[in-house]
Design a protein around this ligand. Structure first.
Ligand SMILES: [Zn+2]
Length: 119
């Protein structure tokens, strides 16, 4: 996976994360501080995640929480250099799928198997 693509994906993921947090906490002053930090420093991203883990879990609906979790996993996989490989079977996820859904952690086959299982 080329660096340029990964940078773009990471930006998209951070923006999505911010959007989710923002829609949940738009009325909280401390969020604005975190949100400002998100744009400027990497530490603020870590801080935001820590803060969410500690304080905000109850506020989050399970759908948002799931989305945030997959966004966070995708970001950490970028950092580990594993982004773009399916977490189940290890196969490379097609770039077109990643572009459509940057937080995708599984290839289409594994994802649909998973959804069938959960149904
Ligand atoms: Zn797979």
């Amino acid at each position: 996976m080329e660096k340029k693509f990964l940078d773009k994906v990471e930006k998209t993921l951070l923006a999505q994360k911010k959007e989710i947090i923002s829609s949940l906490l738009s009325d909280k002053a401390e969020f604005n501080e975190i949100a400002d930090g998100l744009e400027h420093s990497k530490d603020a991203v870590d801080y935001a995640s820590d803060d969410m883990d500690r304080n905000l879990l109850e506020v989050l609906g399970s759908t948002e929480l799931k989305r945030l979790r997959s966004i966070d996993s995708a970001i950490s996989r970028i950092k580990q250099g594993k982004y773009g490989n399916c977490i189940k079977c290890g196969q490379t996820i097609p770039k077109s799928r990643l572009e459509a859904m940057p937080s995708a952690l599984m290839c289409i086959e594994c994802k649909s198997a998973e959804e069938r299982k959960n149904r």
